[in-house]
Design a protein around this ligand. Structure first.
Ligand SMILES: NC(=O)c1ccc[n+]([C@@H]2O[C@H](COP(=O)([O-])OP(=O)(O)OC[C@H]3O[C@@H](n4cnc5c(N)ncnc54)[C@H](O)[C@@H]3O)[C@@H](O)[C@H]2O)c1
Length: 440
Protein backbone atom coordinates (compact mmCIF):
# COMPACT_ATOMS: atom_id res chain seq x y z
CA UNK A 1 0.00 0.00 0.00
CA UNK A 2 1.03 3.64 -0.34
CA UNK A 3 1.06 5.41 2.98
CA UNK A 4 1.60 9.01 4.04
CA UNK A 5 2.75 9.43 7.65
CA UNK A 6 2.27 12.92 9.10
CA UNK A 7 4.68 13.77 11.91
CA UNK A 8 8.12 12.18 12.13
CA UNK A 9 8.63 12.11 15.90
CA UNK A 10 8.72 8.94 18.00
CA UNK A 11 5.41 7.52 16.84
CA UNK A 12 5.66 8.69 13.24
CA UNK A 13 9.23 7.52 12.61
CA UNK A 14 8.68 4.10 14.20
CA UNK A 15 5.41 3.72 12.25
CA UNK A 16 6.90 4.86 8.94
CA UNK A 17 10.02 2.70 9.23
CA UNK A 18 8.05 -0.27 10.61
CA UNK A 19 5.54 -0.21 7.75
CA UNK A 20 8.33 0.29 5.19
CA UNK A 21 10.07 -2.80 6.57
CA UNK A 22 6.90 -4.73 5.68
CA UNK A 23 7.16 -3.55 2.06
CA UNK A 24 4.55 -0.81 2.23
CA UNK A 25 5.53 2.33 0.29
CA UNK A 26 5.77 5.02 2.95
CA UNK A 27 6.32 8.75 2.61
CA UNK A 28 6.88 10.59 5.90
CA UNK A 29 5.87 14.25 6.19
CA UNK A 30 7.12 16.73 8.73
CA UNK A 31 7.17 20.50 8.97
CA UNK A 32 10.67 20.17 10.44
CA UNK A 33 13.14 20.13 7.54
CA UNK A 34 15.87 18.69 9.72
CA UNK A 35 13.84 15.58 10.54
CA UNK A 36 12.94 15.12 6.89
CA UNK A 37 16.61 15.57 5.93
CA UNK A 38 17.74 12.94 8.43
CA UNK A 39 15.25 10.35 7.16
CA UNK A 40 16.34 11.02 3.59
CA UNK A 41 19.90 10.29 4.68
CA UNK A 42 18.68 7.01 6.15
CA UNK A 43 18.96 8.17 9.77
CA UNK A 44 16.32 8.31 12.46
CA UNK A 45 15.46 11.76 13.87
CA UNK A 46 14.68 10.15 17.27
CA UNK A 47 16.66 7.70 19.39
CA UNK A 48 15.01 4.28 19.71
CA UNK A 49 16.75 0.92 19.81
CA UNK A 50 16.75 -0.64 16.34
CA UNK A 51 15.17 2.39 14.65
CA UNK A 52 18.28 3.69 12.85
CA UNK A 53 18.73 0.31 11.19
CA UNK A 54 15.05 0.13 10.22
CA UNK A 55 15.11 3.65 8.71
CA UNK A 56 18.38 2.97 6.86
CA UNK A 57 17.05 -0.28 5.38
CA UNK A 58 13.72 1.32 4.38
CA UNK A 59 15.42 4.21 2.61
CA UNK A 60 18.04 2.00 0.93
CA UNK A 61 15.38 -0.36 -0.43
CA UNK A 62 13.26 2.54 -1.68
CA UNK A 63 10.26 1.83 0.57
CA UNK A 64 10.76 4.90 2.77
CA UNK A 65 11.00 8.53 1.70
CA UNK A 66 10.30 11.84 3.43
CA UNK A 67 9.15 15.30 2.45
CA UNK A 68 7.87 18.58 3.84
CA UNK A 69 5.27 18.71 1.09
CA UNK A 70 1.94 17.06 1.99
CA UNK A 71 0.84 16.89 -1.65
CA UNK A 72 3.94 14.89 -2.58
CA UNK A 73 3.20 12.38 0.19
CA UNK A 74 -0.47 12.12 -0.73
CA UNK A 75 0.23 11.28 -4.37
CA UNK A 76 -1.71 8.00 -4.96
CA UNK A 77 -1.71 7.26 -1.20
CA UNK A 78 -4.23 4.76 0.20
CA UNK A 79 -3.82 5.94 3.78
CA UNK A 80 -2.76 9.01 5.76
CA UNK A 81 -1.58 8.27 9.29
CA UNK A 82 -1.60 11.33 11.56
CA UNK A 83 1.18 11.02 14.16
CA UNK A 84 1.69 14.68 15.08
CA UNK A 85 2.13 15.89 18.65
CA UNK A 86 -0.85 16.67 20.91
CA UNK A 87 0.79 18.58 23.78
CA UNK A 88 -0.91 20.05 26.85
CA UNK A 89 -2.05 23.66 26.84
CA UNK A 90 -1.13 25.68 29.95
CA UNK A 91 -4.65 24.84 31.25
CA UNK A 92 -4.10 21.11 30.73
CA UNK A 93 -6.40 20.65 27.76
CA UNK A 94 -5.12 18.89 24.64
CA UNK A 95 -3.69 21.27 22.07
CA UNK A 96 -5.13 20.00 18.80
CA UNK A 97 -3.50 22.67 16.68
CA UNK A 98 -1.02 20.25 15.04
CA UNK A 99 -3.81 17.78 14.32
CA UNK A 100 -5.95 20.53 12.78
CA UNK A 101 -2.99 21.67 10.67
CA UNK A 102 -2.16 18.15 9.48
CA UNK A 103 -5.79 17.46 8.60
CA UNK A 104 -6.01 20.76 6.71
CA UNK A 105 -2.75 19.91 4.89
CA UNK A 106 -4.15 16.52 3.85
CA UNK A 107 -7.40 18.06 2.61
CA UNK A 108 -5.55 20.75 0.62
CA UNK A 109 -3.19 18.18 -0.84
CA UNK A 110 -6.20 16.34 -2.30
CA UNK A 111 -6.78 19.33 -4.57
CA UNK A 112 -3.47 18.69 -6.34
CA UNK A 113 -2.41 15.08 -5.68
CA UNK A 114 -3.68 12.13 -7.71
CA UNK A 115 -5.97 9.75 -5.78
CA UNK A 116 -5.04 6.11 -5.20
CA UNK A 117 -6.04 3.57 -7.86
CA UNK A 118 -9.06 2.51 -5.78
CA UNK A 119 -10.10 6.15 -5.37
CA UNK A 120 -10.54 5.49 -1.64
CA UNK A 121 -8.31 7.11 0.96
CA UNK A 122 -8.40 6.51 4.72
CA UNK A 123 -7.38 9.33 7.07
CA UNK A 124 -6.37 7.69 10.32
CA UNK A 125 -5.42 9.45 13.56
CA UNK A 126 -2.72 7.72 15.61
CA UNK A 127 -2.02 10.69 17.88
CA UNK A 128 -3.66 10.64 21.30
CA UNK A 129 -6.76 12.84 21.07
CA UNK A 130 -9.80 13.35 23.35
CA UNK A 131 -13.11 11.61 22.56
CA UNK A 132 -15.02 13.62 19.98
CA UNK A 133 -11.94 14.80 18.03
CA UNK A 134 -12.54 12.38 15.15
CA UNK A 135 -16.19 13.38 14.85
CA UNK A 136 -15.75 17.09 15.38
CA UNK A 137 -12.25 18.01 14.18
CA UNK A 138 -11.23 15.39 11.61
CA UNK A 139 -14.29 14.01 9.76
CA UNK A 140 -15.93 17.40 8.93
CA UNK A 141 -12.81 18.49 7.00
CA UNK A 142 -13.41 15.66 4.53
CA UNK A 143 -17.16 16.17 4.16
CA UNK A 144 -16.38 17.66 0.76
CA UNK A 145 -13.47 16.36 -1.27
CA UNK A 146 -12.55 16.53 -4.97
CA UNK A 147 -14.69 14.19 -7.09
CA UNK A 148 -11.91 11.66 -7.75
CA UNK A 149 -11.31 11.13 -4.03
CA UNK A 150 -13.47 9.22 -1.61
CA UNK A 151 -12.43 9.56 2.05
CA UNK A 152 -13.19 7.73 5.29
CA UNK A 153 -11.72 8.56 8.70
CA UNK A 154 -10.74 6.51 11.74
CA UNK A 155 -8.96 6.56 15.07
CA UNK A 156 -6.30 3.93 15.60
CA UNK A 157 -4.39 4.74 18.81
CA UNK A 158 -0.72 3.83 19.11
CA UNK A 159 0.44 1.91 22.18
CA UNK A 160 4.22 1.87 21.78
CA UNK A 161 6.47 2.87 24.66
CA UNK A 162 9.56 4.98 24.17
CA UNK A 163 12.69 2.92 24.70
CA UNK A 164 11.16 -0.20 23.13
CA UNK A 165 9.06 1.51 20.46
CA UNK A 166 10.13 -0.72 17.59
CA UNK A 167 9.51 -3.95 19.50
CA UNK A 168 6.13 -2.61 20.69
CA UNK A 169 5.16 -1.56 17.16
CA UNK A 170 5.53 -5.16 15.96
CA UNK A 171 3.92 -6.64 19.05
CA UNK A 172 1.18 -4.26 20.22
CA UNK A 173 -1.19 -5.26 23.05
CA UNK A 174 -4.06 -4.78 20.59
CA UNK A 175 -4.83 -3.03 17.33
CA UNK A 176 -7.97 -0.99 17.89
CA UNK A 177 -9.74 0.76 15.04
CA UNK A 178 -12.49 3.26 15.74
CA UNK A 179 -14.62 3.83 12.66
CA UNK A 180 -18.05 3.06 11.29
CA UNK A 181 -16.87 2.88 7.66
CA UNK A 182 -16.53 -0.60 6.17
CA UNK A 183 -13.95 0.54 3.60
CA UNK A 184 -11.70 2.04 6.26
CA UNK A 185 -11.85 -1.27 8.12
CA UNK A 186 -10.79 -3.06 4.94
CA UNK A 187 -7.89 -0.68 4.34
CA UNK A 188 -6.60 -1.00 7.91
CA UNK A 189 -7.02 -4.76 7.78
CA UNK A 190 -4.63 -4.81 4.79
CA UNK A 191 -2.28 -2.25 6.34
CA UNK A 192 -1.80 -4.27 9.53
CA UNK A 193 -2.09 -7.75 8.00
CA UNK A 194 1.59 -8.39 8.81
CA UNK A 195 0.85 -8.17 12.55
CA UNK A 196 -1.16 -11.40 12.38
CA UNK A 197 -3.52 -9.90 14.93
CA UNK A 198 -7.30 -9.71 14.98
CA UNK A 199 -8.20 -6.02 14.63
CA UNK A 200 -10.70 -4.72 17.19
CA UNK A 201 -13.31 -2.50 15.55
CA UNK A 202 -15.04 -0.11 17.91
CA UNK A 203 -16.79 3.25 17.99
CA UNK A 204 -14.46 6.21 17.18
CA UNK A 205 -14.93 7.68 20.65
CA UNK A 206 -14.15 4.38 22.36
CA UNK A 207 -10.87 4.15 20.42
CA UNK A 208 -10.01 7.71 21.44
CA UNK A 209 -10.91 7.10 25.09
CA UNK A 210 -9.05 3.78 25.29
CA UNK A 211 -5.62 5.36 24.99
CA UNK A 212 -6.36 7.75 27.86
CA UNK A 213 -7.71 4.90 30.00
CA UNK A 214 -4.50 2.92 29.39
CA UNK A 215 -2.18 5.79 30.24
CA UNK A 216 -4.21 6.82 33.28
CA UNK A 217 -4.10 3.24 34.56
CA UNK A 218 -0.34 2.98 34.05
CA UNK A 219 0.17 6.24 35.93
CA UNK A 220 -2.19 5.08 38.69
CA UNK A 221 -0.28 1.81 39.06
CA UNK A 222 3.01 3.66 39.55
CA UNK A 223 1.49 6.02 42.09
CA UNK A 224 -0.29 3.19 43.91
CA UNK A 225 2.95 1.26 44.36
CA UNK A 226 4.69 4.44 45.50
CA UNK A 227 1.98 5.30 48.01
CA UNK A 228 2.18 1.78 49.42
CA UNK A 229 5.93 2.25 49.78
CA UNK A 230 5.53 5.61 51.52
CA UNK A 231 2.84 4.37 53.92
CA UNK A 232 4.68 1.17 54.93
CA UNK A 233 8.27 2.50 55.14
CA UNK A 234 7.82 4.02 58.63
CA UNK A 235 6.60 0.57 59.77
CA UNK A 236 9.84 -1.10 58.63
CA UNK A 237 8.15 -2.89 55.75
CA UNK A 238 10.03 -3.83 52.57
CA UNK A 239 7.33 -2.73 50.13
CA UNK A 240 9.21 -4.35 47.22
CA UNK A 241 8.57 -7.72 48.81
CA UNK A 242 4.94 -6.83 49.50
CA UNK A 243 4.31 -5.71 45.94
CA UNK A 244 6.16 -8.65 44.44
CA UNK A 245 3.84 -11.09 46.20
CA UNK A 246 0.88 -8.79 45.57
CA UNK A 247 1.53 -9.17 41.83
CA UNK A 248 1.38 -12.96 42.05
CA UNK A 249 -2.37 -12.74 42.63
CA UNK A 250 -3.66 -12.84 39.08
CA UNK A 251 -7.27 -13.38 40.21
CA UNK A 252 -7.98 -10.20 42.12
CA UNK A 253 -4.90 -7.96 41.87
CA UNK A 254 -3.42 -8.19 38.38
CA UNK A 255 -6.59 -9.05 36.51
CA UNK A 256 -9.74 -7.59 35.05
CA UNK A 257 -11.52 -7.94 38.41
CA UNK A 258 -12.73 -4.59 39.78
CA UNK A 259 -12.16 -2.84 36.48
CA UNK A 260 -15.76 -2.59 35.28
CA UNK A 261 -17.35 0.84 35.55
CA UNK A 262 -20.36 0.64 37.85
CA UNK A 263 -21.41 1.83 41.27
CA UNK A 264 -19.38 2.58 44.39
CA UNK A 265 -17.45 -0.07 46.32
CA UNK A 266 -18.54 -1.04 49.81
CA UNK A 267 -18.82 -4.01 52.11
CA UNK A 268 -17.25 -4.92 55.38
CA UNK A 269 -13.56 -4.71 54.32
CA UNK A 270 -12.60 -2.20 51.62
CA UNK A 271 -13.87 1.02 53.24
CA UNK A 272 -12.68 -0.03 56.72
CA UNK A 273 -9.18 -1.06 55.62
CA UNK A 274 -8.75 2.00 53.43
CA UNK A 275 -9.62 4.19 56.41
CA UNK A 276 -7.08 2.29 58.46
CA UNK A 277 -4.34 2.82 55.84
CA UNK A 278 -5.17 6.50 55.64
CA UNK A 279 -4.86 6.68 59.41
CA UNK A 280 -1.42 5.02 59.25
CA UNK A 281 -0.37 7.68 56.74
CA UNK A 282 -1.81 10.48 58.84
CA UNK A 283 0.00 9.53 62.03
CA UNK A 284 3.25 9.67 60.06
CA UNK A 285 2.38 13.06 58.52
CA UNK A 286 2.11 11.55 55.04
CA UNK A 287 -0.15 12.87 52.35
CA UNK A 288 -1.46 10.01 50.15
CA UNK A 289 -3.81 11.71 47.69
CA UNK A 290 -4.37 8.65 45.51
CA UNK A 291 -5.69 6.50 48.34
CA UNK A 292 -7.67 9.29 49.96
CA UNK A 293 -8.97 10.12 46.49
CA UNK A 294 -10.50 6.66 46.18
CA UNK A 295 -12.79 7.29 49.14
CA UNK A 296 -13.68 10.67 47.72
CA UNK A 297 -14.42 9.21 44.27
CA UNK A 298 -16.56 6.57 45.91
CA UNK A 299 -18.59 9.24 47.66
CA UNK A 300 -18.93 11.22 44.40
CA UNK A 301 -20.31 8.19 42.55
CA UNK A 302 -23.17 7.97 45.09
CA UNK A 303 -23.75 11.72 45.02
CA UNK A 304 -23.79 11.77 41.23
CA UNK A 305 -26.61 9.18 41.08
CA UNK A 306 -28.52 11.10 43.72
CA UNK A 307 -28.12 14.41 41.86
CA UNK A 308 -29.19 12.84 38.59
CA UNK A 309 -32.35 11.47 40.21
CA UNK A 310 -33.14 14.73 42.00
CA UNK A 311 -32.92 16.54 38.65
CA UNK A 312 -35.82 14.43 37.30
CA UNK A 313 -39.50 14.63 38.24
CA UNK A 314 -39.27 11.03 39.56
CA UNK A 315 -40.23 10.67 43.23
CA UNK A 316 -41.06 6.98 43.62
CA UNK A 317 -38.02 4.75 43.33
CA UNK A 318 -37.74 0.98 43.09
CA UNK A 319 -34.31 -0.18 44.23
CA UNK A 320 -33.65 -3.57 42.74
CA UNK A 321 -30.68 -4.94 44.68
CA UNK A 322 -29.46 -3.72 48.06
CA UNK A 323 -26.46 -5.71 49.30
CA UNK A 324 -23.01 -4.55 48.18
CA UNK A 325 -22.72 -7.52 45.85
CA UNK A 326 -24.79 -10.39 44.54
CA UNK A 327 -25.16 -13.58 46.54
CA UNK A 328 -24.48 -12.06 49.94
CA UNK A 329 -26.81 -10.55 52.49
CA UNK A 330 -24.00 -8.46 54.00
CA UNK A 331 -25.33 -4.92 54.07
CA UNK A 332 -22.45 -3.33 56.00
CA UNK A 333 -21.31 -0.21 54.17
CA UNK A 334 -23.31 -1.16 51.11
CA UNK A 335 -23.37 1.95 48.91
CA UNK A 336 -26.88 0.91 47.89
CA UNK A 337 -28.02 1.26 51.51
CA UNK A 338 -26.35 4.66 51.57
CA UNK A 339 -28.15 5.67 48.40
CA UNK A 340 -31.52 4.41 49.69
CA UNK A 341 -31.00 6.33 52.92
CA UNK A 342 -30.16 9.56 51.10
CA UNK A 343 -33.09 9.17 48.72
CA UNK A 344 -35.43 8.79 51.68
CA UNK A 345 -33.82 11.86 53.25
CA UNK A 346 -34.54 13.82 50.07
CA UNK A 347 -38.20 12.88 50.21
CA UNK A 348 -38.27 10.03 47.71
CA UNK A 349 -40.57 7.09 48.31
CA UNK A 350 -38.30 4.06 48.14
CA UNK A 351 -39.30 0.42 47.59
CA UNK A 352 -36.62 -2.20 47.77
CA UNK A 353 -36.35 -5.64 46.31
CA UNK A 354 -33.33 -7.84 46.92
CA UNK A 355 -33.40 -11.52 46.02
CA UNK A 356 -31.59 -12.63 49.16
CA UNK A 357 -32.21 -10.02 51.82
CA UNK A 358 -34.60 -11.25 54.46
CA UNK A 359 -34.76 -8.78 57.37
CA UNK A 360 -35.90 -11.56 59.70
CA UNK A 361 -32.63 -13.41 59.07
CA UNK A 362 -30.20 -10.49 59.50
CA UNK A 363 -28.03 -10.95 62.59
CA UNK A 364 -25.05 -9.44 64.44
CA UNK A 365 -23.12 -6.51 62.97
CA UNK A 366 -25.16 -6.76 59.80
CA UNK A 367 -28.40 -6.29 61.75
CA UNK A 368 -26.96 -3.45 63.86
CA UNK A 369 -25.78 -1.68 60.71
CA UNK A 370 -29.13 -1.86 59.02
CA UNK A 371 -30.98 -0.89 62.21
CA UNK A 372 -28.93 2.28 62.40
CA UNK A 373 -29.09 3.16 58.68
CA UNK A 374 -32.45 1.86 57.45
CA UNK A 375 -34.46 1.02 60.56
CA UNK A 376 -37.64 0.53 58.54
CA UNK A 377 -36.08 -1.86 56.08
CA UNK A 378 -38.77 -4.48 56.41
CA UNK A 379 -41.47 -1.92 55.63
CA UNK A 380 -39.61 -0.91 52.45
CA UNK A 381 -38.94 -4.43 51.24
CA UNK A 382 -41.04 -5.91 48.46
CA UNK A 383 -41.38 -9.66 48.06
CA UNK A 384 -40.93 -9.56 44.27
CA UNK A 385 -39.47 -7.08 41.75
CA UNK A 386 -42.91 -6.50 40.22
CA UNK A 387 -44.25 -5.41 43.60
CA UNK A 388 -41.38 -2.93 44.05
CA UNK A 389 -41.95 -1.57 40.56
CA UNK A 390 -45.68 -0.97 40.96
CA UNK A 391 -46.26 2.79 40.67
CA UNK A 392 -42.50 3.57 40.53
CA UNK A 393 -41.19 6.37 38.30
CA UNK A 394 -37.67 5.07 38.28
CA UNK A 395 -35.92 1.74 38.84
CA UNK A 396 -32.39 1.60 40.17
CA UNK A 397 -30.87 -1.68 39.04
CA UNK A 398 -28.12 -2.90 41.33
CA UNK A 399 -28.28 -6.63 40.74
CA UNK A 400 -27.74 -9.20 38.02
CA UNK A 401 -30.77 -11.21 39.11
CA UNK A 402 -32.65 -12.23 35.91
CA UNK A 403 -36.05 -12.00 37.63
CA UNK A 404 -35.45 -8.25 37.81
CA UNK A 405 -34.94 -8.08 34.04
CA UNK A 406 -38.15 -10.00 33.40
CA UNK A 407 -40.12 -7.68 35.70
CA UNK A 408 -38.64 -4.56 34.10
CA UNK A 409 -39.51 -5.78 30.62
CA UNK A 410 -43.06 -6.54 31.76
CA UNK A 411 -43.76 -3.19 33.42
CA UNK A 412 -40.96 -0.70 32.76
CA UNK A 413 -40.99 2.55 34.73
CA UNK A 414 -40.26 5.83 32.96
CA UNK A 415 -36.55 5.67 33.77
CA UNK A 416 -34.08 2.92 34.55
CA UNK A 417 -30.78 3.79 36.18
CA UNK A 418 -28.44 0.81 35.82
CA UNK A 419 -25.71 0.66 38.46
CA UNK A 420 -24.57 -2.85 37.67
CA UNK A 421 -24.36 -3.14 33.88
CA UNK A 422 -24.69 -6.90 34.16
CA UNK A 423 -28.14 -7.53 32.77
CA UNK A 424 -27.04 -7.06 29.17
CA UNK A 425 -28.56 -5.58 26.03
CA UNK A 426 -32.11 -6.76 26.86
CA UNK A 427 -32.16 -4.27 29.72
CA UNK A 428 -30.37 -1.58 27.72
CA UNK A 429 -33.00 -1.72 24.98
CA UNK A 430 -35.84 -0.76 27.35
CA UNK A 431 -36.82 2.91 26.75
CA UNK A 432 -35.65 5.21 29.55
CA UNK A 433 -32.48 3.16 30.19
CA UNK A 434 -29.45 5.01 31.51
CA UNK A 435 -26.10 3.53 32.57
CA UNK A 436 -24.47 5.01 35.68
CA UNK A 437 -21.15 5.57 33.91
CA UNK A 438 -21.69 4.65 30.27
CA UNK A 439 -23.87 5.27 27.28
CA UNK A 440 -25.32 2.06 25.87
N1 LIG B 1 5.93 9.11 22.36
C1 LIG B 1 5.25 8.02 22.69
O1 LIG B 1 5.76 7.09 23.31
C2 LIG B 1 3.81 7.88 22.26
C3 LIG B 1 3.20 6.64 22.32
C4 LIG B 1 1.88 6.51 21.89
C5 LIG B 1 1.19 7.63 21.45
N2 LIG B 1 1.80 8.85 21.43
C6 LIG B 1 1.05 9.98 20.91
O2 LIG B 1 1.42 10.12 19.53
C7 LIG B 1 1.47 11.50 19.17
C8 LIG B 1 2.87 11.85 18.67
O3 LIG B 1 3.79 11.67 19.72
P1 LIG B 1 5.35 11.79 19.48
O4 LIG B 1 5.99 11.50 20.77
O5 LIG B 1 5.71 10.99 18.27
O6 LIG B 1 5.47 13.37 19.12
P2 LIG B 1 6.76 14.16 18.66
O7 LIG B 1 6.65 15.51 19.25
O8 LIG B 1 7.99 13.36 18.88
O9 LIG B 1 6.56 14.29 17.08
C9 LIG B 1 5.53 15.00 16.47
C10 LIG B 1 6.02 15.46 15.11
O10 LIG B 1 4.92 16.04 14.38
C11 LIG B 1 5.47 17.08 13.57
N3 LIG B 1 4.37 17.93 13.06
C12 LIG B 1 3.66 18.88 13.68
N4 LIG B 1 2.73 19.40 12.83
C13 LIG B 1 2.86 18.77 11.67
C14 LIG B 1 2.17 18.85 10.41
N5 LIG B 1 1.16 19.69 10.19
N6 LIG B 1 2.58 18.03 9.41
C15 LIG B 1 3.57 17.16 9.60
N7 LIG B 1 4.27 17.04 10.77
C16 LIG B 1 3.90 17.83 11.78
C17 LIG B 1 6.45 17.76 14.49
O11 LIG B 1 7.38 18.55 13.77
C18 LIG B 1 7.11 16.55 15.18
O12 LIG B 1 8.24 16.11 14.46
C19 LIG B 1 1.04 12.27 20.42
O13 LIG B 1 -0.36 12.47 20.35
C20 LIG B 1 1.36 11.33 21.55
O14 LIG B 1 0.56 11.57 22.68
C21 LIG B 1 3.12 8.98 21.82
Amino acid sequence: MRIAVFGLGYVGTVTAAGLASRRHHVCGVDVDEMKVGLIREGRSPVVEPGLDELVAAGVAKGFLTATTDAAEALECADVSLICVGTPSTPQGSTDLEYVRRAVADIRQAMDVARPPVSGFHAVVVRSTVPPGTGDEVVAPVFAEVPEEWSVGTAMCPEFLREGCGVADFFDPPFVVVGTDRARVKQVLGRLFAFLDRELRYVDVRSAEALKYACNAFHATKVSFANEMGRIFRPYGVDSREVMEIFCEDKTLNISSTYLRPGFAFGGSCLPKDLRSLLHMARVNDLDVPLLSGTLRTNELVVRDVLDRLIATPARVVAMLGLSFKMDTDDLRESPNVELAERLIGKGFEVRIYDPIINPARLVGANLRYIESRLPHLSRLLAAAPREALQGSDVAIVATSDPSVLAALRGSPPERIMDLSGRLGPDLERIPGYEGVGWTA
